[in-house]
Write a protein that binds this ligand. Structure first.
Ligand code: ADP
Length: 332
């Protein structure tokens, strides 16, 4: 299986919701679409599902142009944020919904429903009413329903967003295991970095309807392409032109990112401890490096602190390896 999105466009009046998206999904791969609210993730997923027509561009499944196919003919499974289960049907009827449409015989339907309930950890729930289920259970049923007809691709739109934190964390891990076991191709839409990085090996960062960077998650974290992406991913030590007055002799041109997790608190580079904040075993240091004219934020375990007295105002020697610096493109 391979799914190719080729230069997809979708505008709503003045809003360019999807603005020239090109990306390919390989068989068995989970791709996360990560971006802030309003960047066009759901619209892109709806275009892929065929729930909305594209303005321009094409979709290819195994080389075949499926741009004009109806949602039913695309054979994609879809899971929504609000579960979207049918309230008047019981659990088994919900899961079997797509199978009935496809004309599966009753015994085969029953067997498939039981198989899926076991897969999502809800064995024996066939006769339950969906209103009696918790949010987490409803989302598991929605997942079972999407998987029942053995879709080519599973499309997930913020499936964990309506759940409380503890449930979200546990379902996130269960979902990861399920996707790995099934080896199904999936596109996972989220605004949550931890969900994207847990569930997908490859992450597409979306902004203003465009894919800003598509990369392996480790590469994305280590080498974000632009200042905006680095900031969106939560990197703290970013140096832009704003710093240019003070920043001198930096080993890389600005803008740049410094990976403080690679910085060692023992070395020859003179620095000054400006602030130290400790919470339990963790601590955060604000370090000023006079020769570069920059302040860097270092976070780590308190036990990693160098011996002797470490307190604000005291000099500290740092070791900053070359690979800790990553040059960025402007793109703010
Ligand atoms: P996301 O899923 O990343 O939050 P959406 O795809 O929902 O973003 O929306 C992208 C942009 O398109 C937003 O500016 C949104 O207001 C607009 N938009 C989405 N759907 C519609 C619609 N049916 N009609 C008009 N504007 C829409």
């Amino acid at each position: 299986m391979s799914l190719k999105l080729d230069n997809l466009h979708k505008h709503y009046a003045e809003t360019r919701a999807v603005d020239g998206v090109t990306v390919e999904l390989a068989g068995g791969e989970t791709l996360a679409l990560l971006g802030p609210s309003g960047c066009g993730k759901s619209t892109l997923l709806r275009l892929i599902a065929g729930l909305e027509p594209v303005d321009r561009g094409n979709l290819y499944l195994d080389g075949e142009d499926i741009t004009a196919l109806s949602p039913q003919k695309r054979k994609f499974g879809m899971v929504f944020q609000d579960y979207a289960l049918f309230p008047h049907l019981n659990v088994a009827q919900n899961i079997a919904f797509g199978l009935v449409e496809l004309g599966w015989a009753k015994p085969a339907q029953r067997q498939r429903v039981a198989e899926l309930l076991s897969l999502v950890g809800l064995k024996g729930f066939e006769r339950r009413r969906v209103q009696q289920l918790s949010g987490g259970q409803q989302q598991r049923i929605a997942l079972a329903r999407a998987l029942a007809p053995q879709p080519e691709v599973l499309l997930l739109d913020e499936p964990l967003s309506n759940l409380d934190l503890a449930l979200r964390e546990s379902l996130k891990l269960d979902l990861k295991e399920l996707l790995d076991t099934l080896q199904i191709s999936a596109i996972y839409v989220t605004h949550d970095q931890s969900e994207a990085f847990t569930l997908a090996e490859r992450v597409a960062v979306m902004r203003h309807g465009r894919l800003e960077q598509v990369a392996d998650r480790d590469h994305l974290f280590k080498h974000p392409r632009t200042v905006w992406i680095a900031r969106f991913l939560g990197h703290k030590n970013l140096y832009t032109r704003v710093h240019s007055e003070r920043a001198r002799e930096l080993p890389v041109p600005m803008p740049a990112l410094l990976h403080s997790e690679l910085v060692k608190l023992s070395g020859d580079l003179p620095a000054e401890l400006r602030a130290l904040r400790q919470t339990g075993q963790m601590c955060e240091l604000e370090l000023f490096v006079p020769s570069w004219g920059i302040t860097l934020l270092w976070q780590g375990f308190a036990r990693e602190l160098p011996g002797g007295e470490v307190s604000p105002g005291k000099p500290v020697g740092l070791h900053v390896p070359e690979e800790a610096w990553v040059p960025l493109e402007e793109g703010t």
